[in-house]
Design a protein around this ligand. Sequence first.
Ligand SMILES: [Zn+2]
Ligand SMILES: [Zn+2]
Length: 338
Amino acid sequence: MKRFFAWLMLCLMLCGCAAEPPAAVPADSTGLTVHYLDVGQADCILLQCDGANMLIDGGNVEDSDLVVAYLLDQNVSYLDYVVNTHAHEDHVGGLPGVLAVFETGNVWCPVKEYSSKCFGDFLYYADQQNLDLVCPEPGSTYDLGGAAVTVLGPVRDDYDTNNSSIVLRVDYGQTSFLFTGDAETQAEADILDAGYDVSATVLKVGHHGSETSTGYRWLRAVAPAYAVIQVGTGNSYGHPHESTMSRLRDAEAEVYHTDLQGHIVCRSDGQTVTFTTQKQTAETNPTAEPQQFIGNVNSRKFHLPTCSGLPQEKNQVVFESYAAAEEAGYAPCSRCLP
Ligand SMILES: [Zn+2]
Ligand SMILES: [Zn+2]
C-alpha cells in the first residue's frame, strides 16, 4: 500500500512537471500589436512585436497604396515575414506593391504557382528580393519578437484554394491570436483532428464570415473572447453570413467588423488585450448616446447640436438620426458638417 502511495505521488509530481508552465513574456518585451486593416472585402493584418513585423495578406490589388502607406505610418521599414494565406486576389493582390517597397526576410505561401496576374506579380517582386516562396510545416514555431508563431495549417496538400490557407496561432504571454485566412470547415476539422491547440483570445473569423467557415466544433475548441471579421460593406457574397454571426453569439465572442469600425487595432501586454477602432459609431458602440441633429425649419438645413449657427429654439426640429434629417428633405449645414 505504502509503495502504491509513493508511486501515486511520483505520478502526480511527474504530471505536475509535464504541465505547461504559465507562459511569460520576456522581461524586455514591449507588447504585441495586431492591426486588422480595413481593406474592404479582403484580408490584411499587420503584427508588430519588439521591432519585428509580420504582414498576413495584403488586400486587393487596389489596396496596395493604402497598405504601403499604413505600414510606413507604423514605422515599418523591414518585414520579417510576409504571409500570403492563399492565392486568391483579396489576399495576395496588395502584396506585390508591399514587396516592391519593403525589404522582406521570409515569404510564406501554400503554393508556388497560381494562374493570375497578381500572383505572377507577387512571384516577380519576391524574386526581385531573391526570396523563395516557402510553405511552413504545420507544427513548426517561429519567433516574432517576444511572440511565438505556430503554424497549424494547411495540414494537407490536396485542398481547394480557400482550404489551402496558411493558419497561424500567435502566442504572446497568456494571450493568443488565431489567423485563419479563408480556411473552411474542412480545414478546421483537419487541424482539430491533427490535435493542435487552437484555443485563442482573439479569432480572425475565417473567409470573411462565410457560412462555410467557423463551424461549431471549431468555435468550441477556439473559445475566443473576441472575434474579428474582415469584410466589405455591401459585398455581393452576403458576408458575414447570419448563421456565422449566430454561432459567434452562441460562443459569446465579442465581435469586431472592419466594415463598421474601419481599422481595428488590438494590443496585448501578455495578460490582457485592448481594442481600439478607427470609427466609433452608435451601431458599434451601444453605450454611446444616439447622435441627434437639429434642423432649421426655415432654411431646411440640419446641424450638429454643437453648431454655432443653430436657429432660435422655436425654429428648431430635432432629428434622431442623419438618415431621418435627410429623409425629411433637410441638407447638412456647411459650417458644422454633420
Ligand atoms: Zn478572402
Ligand atoms: Zn479565398
